[in-house]
Every structure is written in structure tokens, then in C-alpha cells.
Design a binder for this molecule. Structure first.
Ligand code: FE
Length: 377
């Protein structure tokens, strides 16, 4: 079986959807944020459950929809370990495999376009060999990715292509990360013999060509790379909110997630995650937050260890900022901490925000919607 190939005309990016025909579990490679709805529609149309959203590298020309797909489709995020995508739940290293149903892809580390760049190899279930390679910007049809920024190296790219990709069987199908001329796929054999940058060229000749390209800086680079290193969340998402706490009854006040983040960064106050251990594990957590569950599964009984946990969080005298799922439990937790003699704020909207008209969370208010740092467990 072949991957489903999707195209973003603005950035000429190919996104690939791979799935297990029996279990309908799927994996998506290099999704583009402007195409989020198209990809959600494709998943629904094909009856797929998205298990993984993965990147070949931290892109400079478009922004990934990985974090949005994690929220809206329940996928886990994975990115190459060398690409500084700190928000990805899984950091991929050479030889790692990602399974979806009976299918799996294998990671091939191919530095050169960027130091962390990887390709993915796929042997469809029931087939004898790895028949597909998703090359990102490492190998393009009749070309290759540039090497002049983002820790690129022409020498490394030559070695990755000639020693790793070109040792795959000639019949292996090549699915590139981009094409600017309407071509959709190639083979290792064809690229080996006809790719003008590589066929019959020495390493020195290749490096000389790459060094002399003189390409313009990618238009979206300054915006795209930092956003992609946060799985596509933009720092300014959600707009600016007032930094002032709003007065509240029975605790220090209500603050926006943005203010909570700023206070945490400045070391002014301590963020305390009062959700259950299971929620943090399954939904995601904020790096650097202390934990003091207000209630716990099973049964959502009050956590007898709550008082001790908040006392510990407040050990150096800084005020606490309580964060829960949607900003309800955190009010109760802030009141309890206040009763214990501590200063405690409530973070409005919680981690997941408020439900929208379709009862979906993650689109309105809250920590994640504001584009603030978080990770999957
Ligand atoms: Fe790239």
C-alpha cells in the first residue's frame, strides 16, 4: 500500500498520511498548520485514529500543526531529538520505530539539511521489505535541501544521502518533503543515477555546489523555526491579556495563563498543577510546575495529601498559582491554600480552557490555547 500524499501549495510541502487498513490507526508526517482542517477531514473521511504526528526536522518554511493535531485528534507528537522540539512527547533517535496498528516506521538519522534531520522508512505490513522512504528535505526529486542555515552541513548531507539513502534498494520509493515542479515521487535508483547534484559527483564537487547556491533567506524562517520548536504553538497565540490579577473572594485573585507563565518565568510565584496524576500523564503537563492533586482517580475523592503538597510548594514563601483543567477545581484549591495561610491565585481557564459550542476544549482560553509551553507525558 502507498501513503496518502497531501500538498500545501503555499509552501510546496508534502504531508503524508500512513495507516493500518485493519485497525485504522494512522501516522502523519510533516503536517502544515494552514492545512489542519483538510487533514482532520481526511482522517474523518478515511475513518482513521491518528496515533502519531511526526516531523522530519524543524521546518523554516511553514509551521507544523503537530500540537493542534495532538489536541484535536489525540495524536502523540514525535520529533527528531536533534531538532530542539522540546514540546514533542517523543524525541526520535536513529533506529527508533513508531507503531500504528500493525504498521511501523523506522527512523533514519540523516544530518545535513539540519543537524537533527531524519528520514522515515516504512515497510507496509505483509510486505517483505522497507519499500518507502520519506526524505523530508534531505533528498528531493532531482535535488536536495539547502545546507546554509540551521546547523546545516553540505559534507554531512552528502554522506547521509550517499551512505544511508543510496544504500537502500533501488526500487525504494522516495517521498520528498517538497516539490516545486509538480513531481510527486521518485525512487532511490532514479535519484542515484539522475539527480544532478549527486549522480557522478564527488563529495568535494557537491560541497562546492551547495556552498555556491546563494539562496535567499526563507521568508517565514524567523517565525517558523521557533514555532516549530514548540510543535507549532506560537508564543503570541491567544492575544495579549492584562497582567493584573482580578480580585476574587476567598483567595488572592484570578490571573490569566499568560500572567501565570510570566510570573513563573520571573520566579515571582510557583505554578501548582492541581489536576489528577492521570490527567497530567494523559493530557499533558507544564514543565517546571509543582504538583498537588486536589482530587485523585479513582472516584475523584479529595486527596488527603493536598495540604502537605501545597505547603511544600510554598516552602520558600512565594505565592502559589493554581492550575487545573478548566479553572474550577483550582478555585477550590486556591481557597484551601488561603485557609492554610498561604497566598494563592487561580489561573483562569486552566490547562485545557473552556468547552466551545461543540463541547471541544482547547479552542477557547486556557494554558494550551494561549500557546504557552507544555508537554505530553
Ligand atoms: Fe527544511
Amino acid at each position: 500500500m502507498n501513503p496518502t500524499q497531501l500538498f500545501d501549495p503555499a509552501s510546496s510541502t508534502y504531508t503524508y498520511l500512513l495507516f493500518d487498513e485493519q485497525t485504522r490507526e494512522a501516522l502523519i508526517i510533516d503536517p502544515v498548520d494552514e492545512q489542519l482542517q483538510r487533514d482532520l477531514d481526511a482522517l474523518a473521511h478515511l475513518g482513521l485514529t491518528l496515533k502519531w504526528t511526526v516531523e522530519t526536522h524543524a521546518h523554516a518554511d511553514h509551521i507544523t500543526s503537530a500540537a493542534r493535531l495532538a489536541e484535536l485528534a489525540g495524536a502523540r507528537t514525535a520529533a527528531p531529538a536533534g531538532c530542539d522540539v522540546g514540546t514533542a512527547a517523543v524525541q526520535l533517535r536513529d533506529g527508533d520505530t513508531l507503531a500504528f496498528g500493525r504498521e511501523a516506521v523506522r527512523v533514519l538519522h540523516t544530518p545535513g539539511h539540519t543537524a537533527g534531520s531524519v528520514c522515515f522508512l516504512w515497510r507496509p505490513a505483509g510486505e517483505a521489505a522497507e519499500r518507502h522512504v520519506f526524505t523530508g528535505d534531505t533528498l528531493l526529486i532531482q535535488g536536495c535541501g539547502r545546507t546554509d542555515f540551521q546547523s546545516g552541513s553540505a559534507e554531512q548531507l552528502y554522506d547521509s544521502i550517499t551512505r544511508k539513502l543510496f544504500t537502500l534498494p533501488d526500487t525504494t520509493l522516495v517521498w520528498p518533503g517538497h516539490d516545486y515542479h509538480g513531481r510527486t515521487q521518485s525512487t532511490i535508483g532514479a535519484e542515484k543515477t539522475t539527480n544532478p547534484r549527486l549522480a557522478g559527483r564527488t563529495r568535494e564537487q557537491f560541497v562546492q555546489t551547495m556552498d555556491g547556491l546563494g539562496l535567499p533567506r526563507p521568508r517565514r524562517m524567523d517565525e517558523a523555526v521557533p514555532a516549530n520548536q514548540r510543535s507549532g504553538l506560537r508564543q503570541d497565540a491567544g492575544g495579549a491579556a492584562s497582567g493584573e490579577p482580578a480580585p476574587a473572594e476567598g483567595y488572592a485573585g484570578d490571573i490569566s495563563p499568560r500572567t501565570a507563565h510570566d510570573w513563573m518565568q520571573a520566579g515571582q510565584a510557583v505554578l501548582v498543577d492541581v489536576r489528577t496524576d492521570a490527567e497530567r500523564e494523559w493530557v499533558g503537563f507544564v514543565p517546571g510546575a509543582e504538583t498537588a492533586a486536589w482530587k485523585q482517580w479513582p472516584g475523584m475523592a479529595l486527596n488527603p495529601g493536598f495540604d502537605a503538597a501545597v505547603q511544600t510548594a510554598a516552602r520558600d514563601g512565594r505565592p502559589l498559582m493554581m492550575l487545573c483543567r478548566s479553572g474550577v477545581r483550582s478555585i477550590a484549591a486556591a481557597r484551601r491554600a488561603t485557609a492554610l495561610g498561604l497566598a494563592a491565585y487561580n489561573v483562569l481557564g486552566g490547562f485545557e480552557g473552556d468547552p466551545d459550542e461543540q463541547a471541544q476544549r482547547g479552542r477557547k482560553n486556557g494554558w494550551r490555547h494561549a500557546g504557552l509551553p507544555w508537554r505530553q507525558g
